[in-house]
Design a protein around this ligand. Structure first.
Ligand code: ADP
Length: 405
């Protein structure tokens, strides 16, 4: 029997998201999520997608750690005849947030690779430890199976030094590995490639600005399929205004808050990562709620929206200049795919740059990749739904398929 299934695991600090895909046709066999791992009541939501209906099953029970979580997931999959012991399972693909400079490609995990991911914990203290736990647990469950790491940073390793280096003392930067790494790379890679296809061109022939606007948000400039700049930096804090992160600001704000505001470094870290961005500006981080409030005349929400859009526009302009020629500006992720007012406002007034949005096309709701710019516009504006799990599964299967060939 040929093994054609790939299990994709995205392990966070207290959650595991998973999808089982059949790579013959890239179809989903099951999807699910375990939340609140280690808390009093954890929750597992499992949705088998085989055999017509998509009836979800939910369990609320204490799930102590990632190993227990993965065992619970394995049980749910087994109940649908999709168990991890199946000979049809070809590999497990893991999302790994930080791959530093070393991992430029998806990589089959062995001890040396795990050690290197561990070595990167100081630059990704919130993410890499959870990813490592996920990998270890999956290895314990299926030691014989290839496990592949797909890195959020990999797509950005093509950035030139001029974009990746911060203008600080080189020796200090190098000693502490301080530079722009960028994140959401799997999404930026997938979406920029799909945009080229939407334009009927090869990725090598198009320059694209990708705006990944989810709860976390980042922009990237992609020239001929290779990333040349991205807005997130050493950590995901830099760049756009996000749901709960500030994005760009004068780094001296931190000294000021420490010296004058007497805040500790940990307090400032929490302030900028969890209590800033849209939630800091208006108390809500969900764009749907913010739009509702604006429609009801709420000025605080309106100002938060304006600040969000102003930053977005600055990045479109900056990456336009960095690329010189732009074929498409593309919106993706929760906000980018769904919030027509964000797309309209981000492009408004940029006609001189060849950018425009067609109101009717922009208001269409669809899961498909689509153009929303009018025929006459020199630069295409597109909405391309991202699919990080499919991209991880594809990259995993491509690697393991080669190995088995
Ligand atoms: P994450 O970064 O957590 O993966 P997503 O890409 O799923 O996030 O985006 C989640 C965000 O998308 C929500 O916080 C919300 O602001 C936004 N969003 C989702 N659906 C809509 C919608 N219909 N209209 C406007 N915004 C939406």
């Amino acid at each position: 029997m040929t093994a054609t299934r790939v299990l994709v695991l995205n392990s966070g600090s207290s959650s595991v998201k998973y999808q089982l895909l059949d790579m013959r046709d890239s179809s989903r066999l099951a999807v699910g999520l375990v939340e609140r791992i280690g808390e009093e009541t954890s929750r597992l939501k499992h949705t088998p997608l085989t055999g017509g209906g998509a009836e979800s099953r939910e369990r609320e029970e204490p799930i102590a750690d990632h190993e227990a979580a993965l065992r619970a997931v394995a049980d749910e999959l087994a109940a649908d005849g999709l168990g991890l012991d199946s000979p049809e399972l070809a590999a497990i693909g893991h999302r790994v947030v930080h791959g530093g400079l070393k991992f430029t490609e998806p990589t089959v995990i062995d001890d040396a690779v795990l050690k290197e991911i561990e070595r990167l914990v100081p630059v990704a203290p919130l993410h890499n430890p959870a990813n490592i736990t996920g990998i270890r647990t999956a290895q314990a469950l299926r030691p014989d199976l290839p496990q592949v790491a797909v890195f959020d940073t990999a797509f950005h390793t093509t950035m030139p030094e001029s974009a990746a280096r911060y203008a600080i003392d080189v020796a200090t930067a190098d000693e502490h590995r301080v530079r722009r790494y960028g994140f959401h790379g799997t999404s930026h890679a997938y979406v920029s490639r799909k945009t080229a296809r939407l334009l009927g061109k090869a990725p090598e022939d198009v320059n694209v600005i990708v705006l990944h606007l989810g709860n976390g948000a980042s922009a990237s400039a992609v020239r001929g399929g290779r990333c040349v700049d991205t807005s997130m930096g050493l950590t995901p804090l830099e760049g756009l205004v996000m749901g709960t992160r500030s994005g760009d600001m004068d780094p001296a704000v931190i000294f000021h808050l420490a010296r004058v505001g007497k805040m500790s470094i940990d307090e400032i870290d929490i302030l900028l990562n969890k209590k800033s961005g849209l939630i800091g500006l208006c108390g809500d981080n969900d764009m749907r709620e913010i739009r509702r409030r604006i429609d009801a005349g709420d000025e605080e929400a309106a100002l938060a929206f304006e600040i969000y859009i102003h930053r977005l526009k600055k990045y479109i302009g900056a990456y336009y200049a960095a690329l010189g020629r732009v074929d498409a500006v593309v919106f993706t992720a929760g906000v980018g795919e769904n919030a027509a007012p964000v797309r309209e406002a981000a492009v408004a007034g940029l006609e001189e740059l060849g950018l425009a949005v067609d109101g009717a096309l922009n208001s269409v709701r669809s899961d498909e990749a689509r153009l929303i710019s009018p025929e006459y516009a020199r630069v295409a504006v597109a909405v391309v739904p991202t699919d990080e799990e499919l991209e991880i599964a594809d990259q995993t299967y491509a690697l393991v398929g080669d190995r088995n060939a």
